[in-house]
Design a protein around this ligand. Structure first.
Ligand code: BGC
Length: 827
């Protein structure tokens, strides 16, 4: 046994150390000369060809300079574009680890996965700020704070690029919602942009030397990102000195010449608007210069040379596609990210002398929900469901029972079968037609995430109407629930026996799962008609029927009642939280009801949430003694959750965002939806006062503060000392002690306040942090350094960062609300 463990460990070690480190080399005169020589050999046609993609995820080969096509794959949680791949935890979970060194190990493992598949550009990480819990892509990003997001991004990118793979930081910029993403116009003042929404991109460029930046779909202050010269030229190139490739998001171009002149280097996934014809026209009319075109080629070729792609094969076939290192790294991620938010009466960890039977229920229990939906959705080679993982880990310690409740929505949609179904299609410029379909109405799983704008496709593509007609035969008696879901831009009406029972009106603003009770008679068929109208390029509609009695059967109720404790696994999945649409604050129906029913049967209820951010808790939080956030945990989530529930690992995740009591407490929610009308304007009127910057400055208490996370042990902070070594180096030192009786980790957070600033600033802002791992009783002296930027704000007039001399305050603690140490000092 011991020997086999030793051998496995040795094999793992080899798989880690044998893979080459092939970090990009800095741009040098020699690289410039090589680029110039290649450019000199290229015809204008070659140049025009190089700047538009092909086959969804490649650049085009240029035979005249022996350049092979460069391959791209989506991330950020797996190299997912070419089939099964290791699935890591969500970005928001990685941020919840507060562990940049771990982010680097994750990045390196992804880099290996990319090399196993010959991928040159990984389309990751996503570093857009968590502005509201409703954004459908929060799970891909690193939370609400620019400093935390920047540290995690730098670790991730350095890891990926150490393997000779270019990271592609996305989506530049102010892309903080998915709703109608091609048309949303983010109106945001320069200071807020620079202080909150750009620093993670800036660090990716100036510190991690990222190889590529992806421009977003939305407009920023009236101009689409792909043609926004202020973003792509003034900021990215001039202020930050970016020398890599600016590529478009997939079909995120809207004007070929404007994009060519606005700083876009590479149009993906193909030359849709920056076409050879358009650009040749521009060259002929003088609206485009050859220098501008050459510059784009220089950046693409320079990046290829820096990363070594011209001089070696990008595929390393000795790296297994199911890279075993990934399991180890992503288990670390899950263990470090699962966040304990409430633990009354010490219900957790489960005490085997008191808890002999654990019942597990909820839509996330019996299927492994590794990630959210859209282009990040990764299908792993293997992943256990929570219940399977818990059963495996429980061994003889305790009995794990599964109580079936309602399955996930996608399963309900998939199981609902309609007889004699026809669909009339009218639109897309095609003549109206009627066809038989055996696909049912359940189109919710048609999302393939392969770019193209997905369900948020550009408007103007024309409306398409699908008119489904069929029959439903109830096989259970009594009340049924009719459930439907479609992107928020789409509309639908559902009619049963000719009577409208459910509908989604135009522009409902966010993806909602709608439901209504209908009385049906067992074995008596009813006619069903669904009229679905979509503007998007990928129709996505799910319609299902389920008997209300199936929500919690008498058998399930007995299991829940008799168990010593119950784990309710709730939240979202790839069909309800995804790229392409915004989600609801409430978890999809009927999860609030399920938690309420369970707590009534068994007060020892632990709720664990799968989501990319905060959810509505008001209906049940007071009756739930233990609450965990397990994020989208990747392929090792069930092992990690079991270790945490059974006490083999103490939870150590800390929230990378503030969790509001109710949605309207959140400062951005009043400004989240677009203004009425056709212009799709979203004003970032909360400005700098986002998340904890708002709560701490306005003296309001959220439900759970930014940076908060509990452990099975306790920590004490003492002995703060602030020492100014120079204007650019302030040393902050303090002591952290594990005062509890078991090992654990805490996140020491250093916030800076600037009460004497000439401009209004948030009360405090995160400027350093450190994860401290301590055995019971152990103490660590922590020394952190703050540079000048940590004390500065962005001065819009001076177009630079500025520090106002005066009084500053240093706050140290383990959340934005738990600040045991504080010291003022002059600068
Ligand atoms: C997403 C990008 C992704 C691209 C390619 C787009 O829809 O916004 O994040 O990299 O598709 O799949």
């Amino acid at each position: 046994m011991f020997l086999s463990r030793l051998l496995t460990a040795a094999a793992l070690l080899c798989s880690v150390t044998l893979l080459p480190a092939q970090s990009p080399v800095p741009v040098s005169p020699a690289i410039r000369a090589r680029v110039d020589a290649l450019i000199a050999k290229m015809s204008v046609d070659d140049k025009l060809k190089l700047i538009g993609g092909v086959d969804s995820f490649y650049t085009q080969a240029i035979p005249s300079i022996a350049l092979k096509r460069l391959k791209m794959s989506d991330g950020p949680v797996g190299v997912r574009t070419f089939g099964l791949a290791p699935a890591y935890t969500a970005g928001v979970a990685l941020a919840a680890t507060w562990d940049p060194a771990l982010a680097e190990r994750v990045g390196a493992s992804l880099g290996d996965d990319a090399r196993a598949r010959g991928v040159n550009f990984l389309l990751a990480p996503g570093v857009n700020i968590y502005r509201s819990p409703l954004n459908g892509r929060n799970m891909e990003y690193f939370g609400e704070d620019p400093f935390l997001a920047a540290r995690i991004a730098v670790g991730y990118i350095e890891g990926v690029q150490s393997k000779g793979v270019s990271a592609t930081v996305k989506h530049f910029a102010a892309n903080n919602s998915e709703y109608d993403r091609h048309r949303i116009n983010s109106i945001i003042d320069e200071r807020t942009l620079r202080e909150l929404y750009l620093p993670a991109f800036e660090a990716a460029v100036t510190e991690a030397h990222v190889g590529a930046v992806m421009d977003s779909y939305n407009l920023v202050n009236g101009e689409h990102s792909t043609q926004n010269a202020h973003l792509n030229k003034d900021i990215l190139r001039h202020d930050w000195g970016f020398q890599g490739v600016v590529m478009s998001d997939w079909t995120a171009t809207y004007d070929g010449l404007a994009a060519a002149n606005g700083g876009l280097d590479l149009e993906m996934p193909f030359a849709k608007l920056m076409t050879p014809e358009t650009l040749k026209g521009g060259l002929a009319s003088g609206k485009l210069t050859m220098d501008v075109l050459d510059e784009k080629c220089r950046r693409i070729l320079g990046t290829a040379i820096q990363f070594g792609w011209l001089d070696r094969d990008q595929t390393i076939s000795s790296i297994p596609l199911n890279n075993p290192n990934a399991d180890r790294v992503t288990l670390e991620e899950s263990l470090e990210s699962i966040t304990l938010l409430k633990n009354e009466g010490g219900l957790l960890p489960l005490d085997p002398t008191r808890v002999k039977t654990l019942a597990v229920i909820g839509p996330e229990a019996a299927v492994a929900v590794v990630g959210g939906g859209g282009s990040s959705q990764t299908t792993p080679f293997q992943a256990n469901s929570f219940v399977a993982g818990l059963m495996q880990a429980a061994g003889t310690r305790l009995k794990v029972m599964y109580a079936p409740g309602l399955p996930p929505l996608a399963t309900i949609f998939g199981r609902t079968s309609f007889r004699n179904l026809t669909v009339g299609v009218n639109g897309k410029g095609e003549p109206p037609r009627t066809e038989n379909t055996d696909r049912g109405l359940s189109r919710i799983n048609t999302w393939n995430g392969v770019g193209g704008g997905g369900s948020g496709g550009p408007r103007g593509a024309g409306l398409t109407t699908y008119d489904y007609k069929g029959e439903y035969l109830p096989t259970a008696p009594g009340e049924h629930v009719l459930i439907a879901s479609a992107p928020e831009q789409d509309t639908y009406r559902v009619l049963i026996d000719g009577k409208e029972v459910l509908s989604q009106q135009k522009d409902s603003n966010r993806m909602a799962v709608r439901n209504v009770s209908v009385a049906l008679t067992e074995n008596k068929p009813v006619s069903v008609e669904v009229v679905y109208q979509t503007n998007g390029t990928t129709p996505r509609l799910g319609v299902g029927l389920v008997a209300s009695a199936d929500m919690l059967s008498p058998d399930a109720q007995k299991i829940l009642h008799d168990a010593d404790a119950v784990l309710v696994t709730v939240g979202f999945d790839a069909s309800t939280e995804s790229e392409g649409f915004d989600r609801t604050y409430d978890m999809p129906w009927p999860q609030n009801e399920l938690i309420q029913q369970v707590t009534a049967l068994n007060p020892k209820t632990i709720v664990s949430i799968t989501a990319g951010g905060a959810v509505e808790t008001a209906p049940w939080i007071a009756n739930v003694p233990a609450l965990l956030h397990n994020w989208y945990p990747g392929q090792q989530g069930s092992t990690a959750l079991a270790q945490i529930l059974f006490g083999d690992h103490s939870p150590e995740g800390h929230l990378p965002f503030s969790w509001e009591r109710t949605l309207d407490q959140d400062p951005a929610s009043a400004h989240y939806a677009e203004e009425p009308g056709e212009s799709r304007i979203v004003r970032y009127d909360e400005g700098l006062f986002l998340g904890y910057r708002f709560y701490t400055s306005m003296n309001q208490k959220p439900l759970f503060p930014f940076g908060f996370g509990m452990s099975y042990t306790n920590f004490a902070f003492t002995h703060l000392n602030v020492k100014k070594n120079s204007d650019d180096d302030v040393e902050v030192s303090f002591t952290v002690q594990n005062t509890g009786s078991r090992a654990g980790a805490d996140v020491a957070q250093v916030y800076v306040g600037d009460p004497s600033a000439k401009l209004k600033r948030p009360l405090m802002e995160l400027k350093q942090f450190s994860k401290v791992r301590l055995n019971a009783g152990e103490t660590q002296h922590v020394v952190l350094h703050l540079n000048k930027r940590a004390f500065s704000y962005y001065d819009v007039d001076a177009k630079n960062w500025r520090m106002d001399p005066g009084e500053f305050v240093i706050y140290v603690g383990d959340s934005s609300e738990s600040i045991p140490l504080k010291q003022s000092f002059p600068m």
